[in-house]
Every structure is written in structure tokens, then in C-alpha cells.
Design a protein around this ligand. Structure first.
Ligand code: ADP
Ligand code: ADP
Length: 227
């Protein structure tokens, strides 16, 4: 469970990106932050893994105050997927997936086997493992990004517009595969998108943000549809 307790982010130039946000992202579910560009979605997401420090308020992960954990330790339990995947161009696909396991010193043989299995589970043929990111399509790179984020088996996944940069046909495939994978894995997921249709499709719970970083609504997708 991730809980925002009156979380505010004011940037040094005075911009209030997130305004007294309080909500809970339940364990094992997909919580989607949706809203127009600039409403504070990315800021909210990046405060969870402390890439951005809140100005005030507390973000809890289960019963732990995330502000009181060393960021490196906190991030071991949090996978992170961004738009355009952000793969390291000079590393093979396999080495990209092994980024976090290597960083935290996991046994290479075991993590390598798991990485190969993950590549298959996200729908990539294992022959891609020795290729470099530039040799893959955008959709394939996003699959690698998801596998990389899952490689150390974190309980929490933060996903920032992971499917927004691919064409609509591939996007639908990625969304369907993601839902299947989540049915198996049951991660606690916070997912950011500007696309209300995607939010309704993927979310167990949808947090609608307005410009100014204000929470407008927190609802099940069906409630949003019936408005
Ligand atoms: P979203 O992800 O919903 O597009 P962001 O969280 O990126 O929104 O941004 C929320 C608001 O904070 C916007 O007004 C944006 O311009 C502003 N903002 C984001 N990053 C910074 C920063 N480093 N310094 C100042 N303002 C920022
Ligand atoms: P950026 O500068 O692109 O915002 P960072 O420098 O923090 O991101 O991270 C470098 C790369 O490592 C990024 O492409 C990001 O996707 C990945 N990364 C960062 N934190 C994590 C994490 N906790 N788990 C997995 N990958 C991560």
C-alpha cells in the first residue's frame, strides 16, 4: 500500500505542482493518475521513489515513512518505467534488464535466468537478448523497459506514460499484455497517463488530477464511465 498524506510539492520558482494530495494506492492494484499536461502526475509519481522531495506531507509505503528510508534502499523495492523506455544504448538488452540486479549485487546466474524468462513473459523473443536497444522497435524497447523494472521483483511499480510513445495498434497490445502480466504478478502499481481511455481501461482505481495539482476525483473506472 502507498499512501499520500497531505503531500505538497512547491518548486523553487513557486509553482505548486501537487497541492495537499491525500490518497491511497492499495496493494496488488493498479492506481492510475490521470489529467491534463502539467497537472502534477509525474511530480506525484517521482515523489514516491524520492526522485523528487515533497515540500510537505508524508508518503507511506506500508507502515514506512518513505522520507525516512535511504533512497537507494527505497528504490530496490520500486520498479520504474518511463516513456521511451530510457534504455542504456551501449548495453545489450540482457544487460539492460540486469541493471538493477547487478547494482544490488544479486547472483548473476540466477538473475540472468530470471531476466531471460522475463523477456519472454513481456513478449520478446530471447534472441533479442544480445541485441542493442537501437535494433529494436519502440514497442519492443518498452517491453524491455517493463522487464528491466521487474528484474529485481519489486513489490511496487511506477509507470510514467509507458505506452504513450508507440502507435495505437502496438499500444493496445502492450496494454493487454500488461494487464495479463499484472494478473499473474499482482504488483502495487501507480500508473501515470494523460489518456482518460487508458486510465479507465487499466485502472482498478483512477485519481483524476486538475491543473494546480489538486485531486478532483478518486473513483473506480465504472464510476467515471457512468458520470
Ligand atoms: P504532468 O506530469 O501532469 O504533466 P508535472 O508533474 O510534470 O505534470 O508538472 C506539474 C507542474 O509543475 C507544471 O506546471 C510544471 O511546469 C511544473 N514543474 C515540473 N517540474 C518543474 C521544475 N523542476 N521546476 C519548476 N516547475 C516544474
Ligand atoms: P532520468 O535522469 O532519466 O530521469 P535516472 O538518471 O534517475 O533517470 O535513471 C537512469 C535510468 O535508470 C532511467 O532511464 C530510469 O528508467 C532507470 N531507473 C531509475 N531508477 C530506477 C529504478 N528504481 N528501477 C529501475 N530503473 C530505474
Amino acid at each position: 500500500m502507498i499512501r499520500f498524506d497531505a503531500v505538497t510539492k512547491r518548486y523553487p520558482d513557486g509553482t505548486v505542482a501537487v497541492d495537499a494530495l491525500s490518497l491511497e494506492a492499495p496493494s496488488g492494484q493498479i492506481t492510475v493518475f490521470v489529467g491534463p499536461s502539467g497537472c502534477g502526475k509525474t511530480t506525484s509519481l517521482r515523489m514516491i521513489n524520492r526522485m523528487i522531495e515533497p515540500t510537505s506531507g508524508t508518503i507511506w509505503m506500508d507502515d514506512q515513512d518513505t522520507g525516512k528510508v535511504a533512497p537507494a534502499q527505497l528504490r530496490r523495492g520500486i520498479g520504474y518505467v518511463i516513456q521511451h523506455a530510457g534504455l542504456f544504448p551501449h548495453r545489450t538488452i540482457l544487460d539492460n534488464v540486469l541493471t538493477v540486479p547487478d547494482l544490488i549485487g544479486m547472483d548473476r546466474k540466477a538473475s540472468r535466468a530470471r531476466a531471460m524468462e522475463l523477456l519472454e513473459r513481456v513478449g520478446l523473443e530471447t534472441r533479442f537478448a544480445s541485441r542493442y536497444p537501437a535494433q529494436l522497435s519502440g514497442g519492443q524497447q518498452q517491453r524491455v523497459g517493463v522487464a528491466r523494472a521487474l528484474a529485481a521483483d519489486p513489490p511496487v511499480m511506477l509507470m510514467d506514460e509507458p505506452f504513450s510513445a508507440v502507435d495505437p495498434v502496438v499500444r493496445e497490445q502492450l496494454q493487454a499484455e500488461f494487464l495479463r502480466l499484472q494478473q499473474e504478478l499482482g504488483k502495487t502499481i501507480v500508473f501515470v497517463t494523460h489518456d482518460i481511455d487508458e486510465a479507465i481501461k487499466l485502472g482498478d482505481q483512477v485519481a483524476v488530477l486538475n491543473v494546480g495539482g489538486v485531486l478532483a476525483q478518486l473513483a473506480a473506472p465504472a464510476e467515471l464511465l457512468s458520470r
